[in-house]
Design a protein around this ligand. Structure first.
Ligand code: F6R
Length: 251
């Protein structure tokens, strides 16, 4: 793993956006894996700004989001489809038909999971996957205990995750109890991964991610086994992590 330690959220957003933009310029038809949540919002803002100012094109880019709540239509402002349209897709020249998010309203969710996985395989896999991290170590919505071999599947959200996401809903009862998420096996097949983390709340998670053992009890720990992972994280989130000079780790 390579670690880029930045000062604060603003620098995190800048650095991550530059990283993505560079990859898009190098491969205009890149397949991006995208995350939602609070952490990448600033990154997406910078991507939009660059698109508007410098014209970086997303015309051939294909995207696959990590996850979606079950039961929310894309028109619901808490759905991840709505989030992505608002925070990114509506403001860059990506073709909407090239943006993929699991359908949380599918009548046959199991089939939807298989189809989603199939679409990712069919296009040749994800070139660059962007990840956030849950305080409990989840990546996508793969909660602790999820198999490292899992593919796109339905997951019951933990109380902790529902609490963490309740800030976007009128109350915790409104937070869906289930979601569709790419599996850990799916995520690990991405050719390159960047994981973004910001703030004190992620301190413990970052320590376990970087210095902890690889265990299904802490899903993100599997990233230690991936060949091409860059962590971009701010000082607050890394304050419990010992880093040697260049920020490169052996695993
Ligand atoms: C979002 C996702 C989640 C979040 C994680 C952190 O698509 O898959 O794993 O990345 O819950 O969320 P924030 O950034 O809100 O702290």
């Amino acid at each position: 793993m390579k670690i880029i330690k930045v000062k604060d959220y603003e620098q995190l957003s800048n650095t991550a956006a530059k990283f993505i933009i560079e990859r898009v310029k190098n491969k205009p038809n890149i397949v991006l894996g995208l995350a939602t949540g609070g952490t990448p919002e600033g990154t997406y803002k910078n991507v939009i700004q660059d698109h508007q100012q410098n014209g970086t094109s997303y015309e051939q880019v294909v995207t696959f989001n990590l996850d979606e709540y079950i039961g929310l239509p894309g028109s619901d402002k808490n759905s991840y489809r709505y989030y992505m349209n608002e925070h990114l897709f509506n403001h860059i020249n990506v073709k909407k038909e090239n943006t993929h998010i699991p359908n949380g309203e599918a009548s046959n969710v199991k089939q939807e999971c298989e189809d989603y996985e199939g679409r990712i395989q069919q296009i040749g896999g994800i070139d660059l996957q962007i990840l956030g991290i849950g305080e409990n170590g989840h990546i996508g919505f793969n909660e602790p205990g999820t198999s490292f071999n899992s593919r796109t599947h339905v997951i019951g959200l933990t109380e902790e995750t529902r609490q963490a996401n309740a800030r976007y809903f009128p109350s915790i009862e409104h937070v869906p109890a289930h979601a569709i998420t790419m599996g850990i096996g799916t995520i690990m097949e991405a050719k390159e991964i960047i994981l973004l983390a910001s703030g004190e709340k992620k301190r413990e998670a970052m320590k376990k991610l970087i210095n902890g053992e690889v265990t299904e009890d802490f899903p993100a720990s599997i990233l230690q086994k991936h060949q091409n992972v860059t962590i971009i994280a701010d000082e607050a989130s890394l304050s419990d992590v010992q880093l040697s000079g260049d920020g490169k780790l052996d695993h």
